[in-house]
Design a protein around this ligand. Structure first.
Ligand code: SF4
Ligand code: SF4
Length: 451
C-alpha cells in the first residue's frame, strides 16, 4: 500500500496549565479533564515547551507556523514562561518562516506588562466574553461564584490601550441564545471589537466527555435557538458591517459558498489537523476529544510529526466524513456544513439513523436563511469585487416597490443581486410598473441600450 504523504501543516492547542483555571465557568467542559492527571502540578515544563515549539516548527513545510496557547487558563503560567517560549521560538525559527502566536484567555490576569509583551510579540489574543453583564455573568464565574464581567471588560480596555490584536470568543448558551442581536451590538458598539467568534455550548451531563451518554445540560444552546441566534447576527452584519466586522463563522462559511470548502474545522469535511497538547506532552486528536481513547502519544517519547500523521489520527480525521448519516449526505447544505463537529453528533435522523448533529435543525435553518446573500457575496468575490458590495445590493432589494429609486445605478445594483439582465418586455426592475424597454431599458440618444 502506498504511504500517505506527510502532513505539511497543522494546528496544536497547547495547554500549559492543562485544565487548571482561575475561574469556574459553569459550562466549561475542560475543568473535568483534571481527572485525567491525578496529582499533577498542571504546569508545562520548559522541556515540554521547547519540544512543542521545536517540533512544530520543524514539522511545518509551509512558511507560516501557528503556535497556540490555551487552557485551562494559560496566563497562570506567568509572563516569564511566555518570555522563555518566545526565546525558544527565536532559537528554532528557520529563515523565511513566520511564527504567529495566539493565546486564549479569560483576561483576569492581564495587566500592563502582559499587554506590552503581547503587543511586542504580536500575539493574537482571544478574549472570552459572552455579551453584556447578565449574559456573561450567568455562567462565567470565579471560584467564589462571582461574575467576572467587570474584570474581563477591564482586560479588554487594557488590550485596546496597548493596541493588542484581539478577538472576542463568545459562547452561545442558554442565557444569551435568544439575544443574538443584542450580544452582537454590544460587542460592536460598546466593547469596540472587530473580530468575533461564536461557539455553541453543547454539553452533556456526564463525566466522560463527548462520547459519553447523558442528557444535554441546561446551560446548552438548543438547536433552533442556535439557528435564530446566528440569523439575528447575520442579518445585522450583512446589511451594515461586511468588511468592517469579522464574524469567524460567517467568514468560514463564505469560503464554502465561494470555493466549496470552509476554512473552519467544524465545517470542514474531515478532522485531524487541530490537535491538543496537554501540559505533560501528551498529544490528543482534538481539544474536544481529550480522553484516553484519543491519546496519540507523548511528544517527548515519539516525534510530533509521526503522531500527527499516525494511522490513528488519520482515521480520526476521516471518520468525520465516513460516519456521516445518509440524511447529511443528501443534505443540500452538506458542502457548507459537513455534519458540523463530531462531538455534537449524538441524535438520530428522522428515519432513525444514529450520528446526526444535535444542532442540525438550527444549522439548516441558518444555512437556508443565508443562502441567497452568501451566493451574492461568493459571486462578488469570484469576480474580484469586495463582498461588502452585498450591502448596497440588499439595500436596493429591501426597498419597498413604490419607493425604489428610478435610477440606473439602483437598477444595476438590483441586477447584480439577481445576477441576470431583464428581457425587453420584462417589468422594469426599478418598480415603475412599465416594461423594461419603455423605462430604464429605453435606448439613450436613440443610439443604443441605456445600460
Ligand atoms: S472534532 Fe470538532 S473541533 Fe475537533 S477537529 Fe473535528 S470538527 Fe474540529
Ligand atoms: S445541516 Fe444537518 S443534515 Fe445538513 S449536513 Fe448539517 S447536520 Fe447534516
Amino acid at each position: 500500500m502506498a504511504e500517505e504523504p506527510a502532513v505539511s501543516a497543522f494546528h496544536i492547542m497547547a495547554k500549559p496549565t492543562g485544565a487548571a483555571c482561575n475561574l469556574n465557568c459553569r459550562y466549561c467542559f475542560y475543568l473535568r479533564k483534571q481527572g485525567l492527571y491525578p496529582g499533577s502540578s498542571f504546569r508545562m515544563s520548559d522541556k515540554v515547551m521547547e519540544s512543542y515549539i521545536r517540533q512544530t516548527i520543524q514539522a511545518h513545510q509551509v512558511p507560516q507556523v501557528a503556535i497556540a496557547w490555551q487552557g485551562g487558563e494559560p496566563t497562570l503560567m506567568g509572563l516569564e514562561f511566555f518570555r522563555r517560549a518566545i526565546d525558544c521560538q527565536k532559537k528554532h525559527q528557520r529563515p523565511g518562516t513566520v511564527i504567529q502566536n495566539s493565546i486564549q484567555t479569560n483576561g483576569i490576569l492581564l495587566d500592563d506588562p502582559w499587554c506590552e509583551f503581547l503587543r511586542e510579540n504580536r500575539f493574537l489574543v482571544g478574549l472570552s466574553l459572552d455579551g453584556p453583564r447578565p449574559m456573561h455573568d450567568a455562567y462565567r464565574v470565579d471560584k467564589a461564584g462571582e461574575g467576572t464581567f467587570d474584570r474581563v471588560m477591564r482586560a479588554l480596555r487594557l488590550l485596546q490601550k496597548h493596541r493588542v490584536d484581539f478577538n472576542i470568543l463568545a459562547t452561545v448558551h442558554a442565557a444569551n441564545a435568544e439575544r443574538g442581536l443584542e450580544v452582537y451590538r454590544f460587542f460592536r458598539d460598546q466593547a469596540g471589537a472587530q473580530f468575533i467568534q461564536f461557539i455553541p455550548i453543547v454539553e452533556r451531563d456526564n463525566e466522560t466527555g463527548p462520547r459519553g451518554s447523558g442528557e444535554v445540560a441546561d446551560c446548552s444552546v438548543r438547536p433552533e435557538q442556535y439557528g435564530r441566534f446566528l440569523i439575528a447576527v447575520f442579518d445585522e452584519w450583512v446589511r451594515r458591517d461586511v468588511g468592517r466586522m469579522f464574524v469567524v463563522t460567517f467568514d468560514g462559511l463564505l469560503a464554502a459558498w465561494a470555493y466549496g470548502k470552509s476554512s473552519l474545522c467544524v465545517f470542514h469535511p474531515t478532522c485531524g489537523l487541530d490537535l491538543a497538547l496537554e501540559h505533560n506532552g501528551d498529544l490528543y486528536s482534538c481539544d474536544h476529544f481529550v480522553e484516553p481513547e484519543r491519546l496519540l502519544g507523548n511528544i517527548l517519547e515519539q516525534p510530533l510529526a509521526e503522531l500527527v500523521g499516525s494511522p490513528a489520527q488519520r482515521k480520526f480525521g476521516r471518520d468525520k466524513q465516513d460516519a456521516l448519516p445518509r440524511y447529511c449526505r443528501q443534505c443540500e447544505f452538506l458542502f457548507a456544513c459537513n455534519g458540523e463537529c463530531p462531538k455534537n453528533r449524538f441524535i438520530r435522523t428522522p428515519d432513525g439513523e444514529p450520528g446526526l448533529n444535535y444542532l442540525c435543525a438550527g444549522l439548516k435553518a441558518f444555512f437556508r436563511h443565508v443562502d441567497d446573500p452568501m451566493r451574492m457575496m461568493a459571486d462578488l468575490i469570484r469576480r474580484n469585487r469586495p463582498a461588502a458590495e452585498v450591502m448596497r445590493i440588499l439595500a436596493a432589494r429591501d426597498m419597498p416597490e413604490a419607493s425604489k429609486p428610478r435610477s440606473i445605478a439602483a437598477w444595476s445594483l438590483l441586477q447584480e443581486g439577481a445576477g441576470r439582465r431583464p428581457g425587453r418586455n420584462d417589468p422594469c426592475p426599478c418598480g415603475s410598473g412599465r416594461k423594461f424597454k419603455h423605462c430604464h431599458g429605453r435606448p439613450r440618444d436613440g443610439k443604443g441600450g441605456a445600460l
